[in-house]
Ligand binder design. Structure first.
Ligand code: AVJ
Length: 332
């Protein structure tokens, strides 16, 4: 596959409609179990609602991961060493990224994101905070191998993928992504890149379900915003008032599923195409997989990464794992 750099990432048709969004929605709504990929949550309204989610009492992952990054800087520094180029998969959070960067004395910071505007504003803020640190934002879809800037070619790489975003993917896609990351980060001289990755942990079902169905209804608004976005951008007529937010623990697959459930039989149009839902039928909008130390390690190994060290917050709710690209052949 050809690495991508600097190409137009959002493909709009003559009416200014995002072609990939329309294709994903129409394909997803034609399925017997209706489903829309979770990446489409994050328009401006959805991103603002997600920010609000991270501050909710019930939503522990952001606080738990920040606690880990705050408490283990000395470990990161010792195990990772100075001078690596930190390649962050996603634009970076204003809190977590500085915690890592100030712990390890990196040689450069390279945020990768599909949304150029957000990437540029968050990179500028970070560059102000770390004067002297070379910052090279790259607008790219990191689900594929990305060509990194020539300026960082001599540096060893550390991938950073916080937030348990890996949990949004089904295992097959998660493993594909881990392998792409390995290809993106590989050095020319065969030195093995490292990866620091956050994963949310399996825990009491009631705690998990509350984190995705908060008392204030912010997560419900986040979920419903997807249907509203379809109505706004794809000429949709989804009766959002007849849809209810659901967050359900799927124990077989170790994941929280979010759905939008029809409260009565409904008929609606999207981009001129007719769809129906019977009362009780759902649109599946998100998976958020939860891991154990072993299941996380197994997934990393399947993606070509050997786990080196694992940290959790005091309450054991969330984990951060440091891994290194596996040798081409490991015994036996
Ligand atoms: C951004 C993928 C980590 O799965 O916890 C939060 C998104 N969805 N509440 C998660 C989300 C509902 C979040 N991630």
């Amino acid at each position: 596959m050809t690495p991508t750099q600097g190409i137009a990432l959002v493909d709009l048709d003559e009416d200014g409609v995002d072609r990939a969004f329309r294709a994903d929605v129409l394909t997803g709504l034609r399925q017997s179990q209706k489903a829309v990929p979770a990446r489409w949550f994050y328009d401006d309204a959805g991103s603002a609602l997600f920010e609000e989610i991270t501050r909710l009492e019930e939503y522990y992952p952001t606080r738990a991961e920040t606690e880990i990054l705050r408490n283990h800087g000395a470990d990161f520094r010792r195990l990772i060493g100075p001078g690596r180029a930190v390649v962050e998969f996603g634009s970076g959070s204003s809190v977590k990224t500085p915690l890592l960067l100030s712990a390890i004395e990196p040689g450069a910071y390279v945020p990768l994101d599909i949304s150029g505007d957000f990437l540029r504003s968050s990179s500028a803020a970070l560059a102000r905070k770390f004067p002297g640190l070379p910052v090279h934002p790259v607008e790219a879809d990191f689900m594929r191998e990305v060509e990194l800037p020539d300026a960082i070619a001599p540096l060893k790489k550390l991938g950073f993928f916080p937030g348990s975003t890996i949990g949004n993917m089904v295992p097959r896609t998660a493993v594909d992504l881990l392998r792409s990351m390995r290809a993106t980060l590989r050095g020319s001289r065969g030195e093995r890149p490292m990866l620091l990755i956050g994963m949310d942990l399996v825990k009491d079902q009631a705690v998990l379900e509350a984190a995705y169905d908060d008392a204030k209804g912010v997560t419900a608004r986040f979920n419903l915003n997807l249907a509203e976005r379809i109505n706004r951008e794809l000429d949709g007529t989804i009766p959002t008032g007849d849809l209810a937010h659901r967050a359900i623990w799927n124990d077989d697959f170790a994941r929280i599923e979010m759905h939008l459930e029809a409260m009565k039989d409904i008929v609606f149009y999207v981009s001129g195409e007719k769809f129906t839902m019977e009362k009780g039928e759902t649109i599946h909008t998100e998976n958020s997989h939860k891991f154990t130390r072993r299941s996380g390690n197994l997934m990393l190994l399947a993606g070509g990464w050997t786990p080196l060290q694992h940290w959790t917050d005091e309450e054991g709710r969330f984990s951060v794992t440091l891994a290194q690209a596996s040798e081409q052949r490991e015994a036996p």
